[in-house]
Design a protein around this ligand. Sequence first.
Ligand SMILES: Nc1ncnc2c1ncn2[C@@H]1O[C@H](COP(=O)(O)OP(=O)(O)OP(=O)(O)O)[C@@H](O)[C@H]1O
Length: 880
Amino acid sequence: MMKLYVETKRQVADCILFYRLGDFYEMFFDDAVMVSQELGLTLTGKECGLPERAPMCGVPHHAVESYLNKLVQNGHKVAICEQVEDPKKAVGLVKREVVRIVTPGTNLDTDDLDASRNNYLMCVFCLGEKSGIATVDITTGTFLVTETDSRRKLRDEILRFSPAEIICNDAFELTGLNLQEIKDQTGATIFTLDSTYFDDEECRQSIKDHFHVGNLQGLGLADMDAGVAATGATLRYLTETQKTKLENLTTIEPYSIGKYMVLDSFTRRNLELTETLREKNRRGSLLWVLDKTKTAMGARLLRSFLEQPLVDSEEIEARLTAVEELNQNAITREELREYLGPVYDLERLISRIAFMTANPRDLIALKTSLGMVPAIKTALQEFQSPLLSSIREEIDPLEDVCSLIGKAIVDDPPVAVREGGFIREGYSEEVDHLRSAKTDGKQWLADIEAREKERTGIQKMKIRYNKVFGYYLEIPNSYRGEIPQDYIRKQTLVNAERYITPELKKLEETILGAQDRLVQLEYDLFVELRNKISDCTLRIQQTAKALAQTDVFCSLAAVAERNRYVRPKINTRGAIDIREGRHPVVEQMMSSGEFIPNDTVLDNHKNRVSIITGPNMAGKSTYMRQSALIVLMAQIGSFVPARSADIGIVDRIFTRVGASDDLASGQSTFMVEMSEVANILRQATKNSLLILDEIGRGTSTYDGLSIAWAVVEHVADTKKLGAKTLFATHYHELTELEGKIPGINNYCIAVREKGDDIVFLRKIVRGGADKSYGIQVAKLAGVPDDVISRAKELAAELSDSDITEKVQEITETDEAERPKKKHHKVDEVDMNQMSLFDTVSDADIVRELMEIDVSHLTPLDALNTIYALQNKMKNRWSGA
Ligand SMILES: Nc1ncnc2c1ncn2[C@@H]1O[C@H](COP(=O)(O)OP(=O)(O)OP(=O)(O)O)[C@@H](O)[C@H]1O
């Protein structure tokens, strides 16, 4: 046995080998040591003909999937070796072979996967500057392919898909991409394949064979040499690991990277698109606000919308029109959402069917889901927009498949296909007969006994059973002369004789073999049915896709209605004009008070760069992120949180927000900040939107200010970059640039001084703030009083020698040429806003206090809320 094991292990040297022996899967040698360490299993030894016993550990076969999943999640490949029938030998003879290889990107055990995200395997083929990227999710049948000439875009694509596994040629490691960063950010395991996987001719042939086409033109792959290599290698890798036909990969979708807005991983993270920056929670992300989908397919599609906003105005408008129609016809939309409720994950179900791992319950889930499809298709008739009409066209009611399952499988079947008991009565005569044999057998025997008594007149005959003869007729010796000729004598006892008849033996066979035959027959019928459904994979996949889209657009429309979003206008002039915009997440997370809306005006001319100043905690970051999120939402086809919004399409959004240490890569906070800045300045175009928050704060004041200054000059200069930019800073000196460089405007977030304290007004106004109020905010945060007083003393001393003078030297220009700077005394701004605070009553304040959901407040929000309430109270009593 050990010899066979060692031979098998040699074939799958890069895998952990799970070797089935009886009811256990066993591992030996290094595999055993590694698995025992990673899974905490006991390590024992086995005689192997060597002086030392072979290290060994094992897992019971019924629990193998969970052990296997853990290993795969840890980045291992696992090969399963089992006994299979040997077609070359006589029936019943078996051989051992590897039946399946499970890897992180090819794990089919969907129960252990997050339904709201894809499990991608990505194949990267690099040749010179070019890379072909094939991305596949075998649990859903998604298969995408693209090419790029840019390393940066390759990295962005990898990070965008966040694959569980990357397979590549050896040139990938030479691309200069930071593989550790890729592994850290995606959690992907990277395996390098040998060059034979990427052989051009073989790749072309395997693609043609798989998709049953004569040439690659029809698949859209004709001009994609690198894409073809990546696709061909993917098909070979999947065939080798799955050891079966890849029936659910029915289509391949070539796409161009330029079709989508570029969002690098920092931006996705900083804007908290799918999870929050710190806790990595879904709650608090944009996805959390927008995802009111009813199906797992819809949830996955919406996530991919967020990760790849569009740049084509027609496509964006088409989505917006669909959302608008669903928004206006709320009754039918809610009807649709109700119909979508019972729809299971059709994409994953059909993959399980194609890979022959689906059980009877999966088929019932499919039937339940398909049962909703005709109603969804009918409801969609109410909508006329081109996108919703084409979605309706794509939906196949699949009534044939639904009724086939309905006729064949009972409504509440057992999970295990080997237990039987799931074929519906009336579907197969034989099944019905075998079932009756089990339950009606006794009656059949009684009927025979009665009939034979009648026929022979032997009233004392009895049908009995023993293990030696099975069923027999026992007749007392006194009737010996009346025994019919067709009775076959089997045994003579002292007082009686035992007989059998052909009829009795046949019945015995039926009764005794019924259970085994029934289970086998039900299994065969199930496999036949599963294969029939598998033939409909493409139809089911197309319908699933259409249902996922319906779900996403309904969700966007429902969220728009619930949160009072408006349809944005889309323009290609590059002008962004958001009136009374709100932060989609912060406004949902607020447990008390109202979110204060703000305007954003940016264009490619007079309003290119906004320098935003204001105290800490004033709301600068919130304002900048909300502007970026509104642009992004518009470009995925969503309504936006604003009174009105005119959005000039941007090709990229870049953010540099806050300080983030990257200790793992040995980089300091400032180093990380500067590499992000460098990346932005190199990658951004004049059609990009830049969100730069406190550039340069991670170093000394002079250096920081100089860097921030130079960056502003660079982004504002149309000869250099000229990108639309929101730039928040505590360097008030930067406000000097307004009027000096065209396109730069100062804004500040207003606060009001109240004695020694400040009131946050959250309103953005033109002009620069003239004070930073850092000490007041420190006081708010609970810094001890003596430290605060000392800080005030020092601030008074330092103000005389502050760097403003220095800056004025640098910026010395003809004052007459400069437009008058609009420095606001914050006390003067927005008095309307302030009166809001002054007119509340005690009862209002108490009510507001009572309504606070303390369990959902962060400490900072709590502090803010208490402070706001306290101020209202102070205002009231000082006014009284
Ligand atoms: N428009 C608004 N309406 C209501 N609350 C707001 C608004 N803007 C911001 N806030 C609240 O103020 C808090 C602080 O905002 P934010 O972090 O944007 O301030 P900041 O000016 O960037 O601070 P810092 O300079 O210290 O980074 C937010 O957590 C949010 O709860």
